[in-house]
Design a protein around this ligand. Structure first.
Ligand SMILES: Nc1ccn([C@@H]2O[C@H](COP(=O)(O)OP(=O)(O)OP(=O)(O)O)[C@@H](O)[C@H]2O)c(=O)n1
Ligand SMILES: C[C@](O)(CO)[C@H](O)COP(=O)(O)O
Length: 230
């Protein structure tokens, strides 16, 4: 029995606006993707990784990960959901004994190992689907089409969702088999087929690198960590 992680990394990074796919963008000399895959394998609870690469960059991505054992690369799709579906298909061949599957954004490459382990432990303890979450800290308002506030939403029960999201592999396969549409996250597909999704504590370090500001914050935090370690 093993744990396989699927890493959707086929996005273009339009909001980051650089000259290459976001997963291949370096932070202090190492790409987001290399950091994400190494973090999964280094957590001690993931045995196989399947990366969904931009279809025209499969060889570049494979070369990027060549030094890591147990990392496989497949072409991704047009939407994140398509990329995960393709990686999930390949997982059956790469890790036929997998009982737990994680789905982890390459763009959340600073996720602490403790979060990865907590998600895996919760699935192994019997949860069909598990997501790491953080409380919402801003005031949230609903607005209408003319940018006018309709109401202030009670934020107490709201949570911001991170990755890795963990699943019993049969549950995720069933959700993807039933899904006729895309979703912004994988647990959303499990919800649509009536599956129960559990939560564990997320971590601020598991932020998704989306904009140039996020990248600058990551650079600054790593630089500070490196200089305090000297
Ligand atoms: N067709 C796609 C789109 C996204 N992703 C991956 O899904 C994760 C979360 O997506 P996001 O952060 O939105 O990345 P991009 O789609 O690249 O960003 P943008 O929307 O700015 O282009 C990323 O690791 C991204 O590479 C993917 O594998 N396949
Ligand atoms: C999966 C995810 O990272 C959870 O927060 C997020 O939904 C991805 O969304 P995106 O719009 O594809 O960045």
């Amino acid at each position: 029995m093993s744990v396989v992680a699927l890493v959707p990394a086929a996005g273009r990074g339009v909001r980051l606006g650089l000259d290459r796919p976001k997963a291949l963008v370096p932070v202090r000399g190492e790409s987001l993707l290399l950091r994400a895959v190494r973090g999964l394998l280094g957590s001690g609870c993931v045995q196989h990784v399947v990366v969904a690469a931009p279809p025209d960059q499969v060889e570049v991505v494979a070369a990027e990960l060549a030094a890591l054992p147990h990392a496989h690369v497949v072409p991704g799709g047009a939407e994140r959901t398509d990329s995960v579906r393709l990686a999930l298909g390949a997982a059956g061949e790469v890790a036929p004994d997998a009982h737990v599957v994680l789905v982890h954004d390459a763009a959340r490459c600073f996720t602490p190992a403790s979060v990865i382990r907590d998600v895996v432990s919760a699935v192994e303890a019997g949860a069909p689907a598990v997501v790491p979450v953080l409380p919402v800290t801003d005031t949230i308002k609903e607005v209408d089409g003319s940018s006018t506030v309709v109401k202030t939403v009670d934020r107490a029960p709201l949570r911001a969702v991170q990755t890795p999201q963990g699943f019993n592999i049969d549950v995720l396969r069933q959700a993807y088999a039933a899904a006729g549409d895309i979703a912004t996250d994988d647990a959303g597909l499990v919800e649509r087929v009536g599956g129960k999704v559990h939560t564990v504590d997320g971590h601020p370090d598991a932020l998704k690198i989306t904009t140039a500001f996020d990248l600058a914050v990551a650079e600054a935090v790593l630089a500070a960590e490196e200089s305090s370690a000297k």
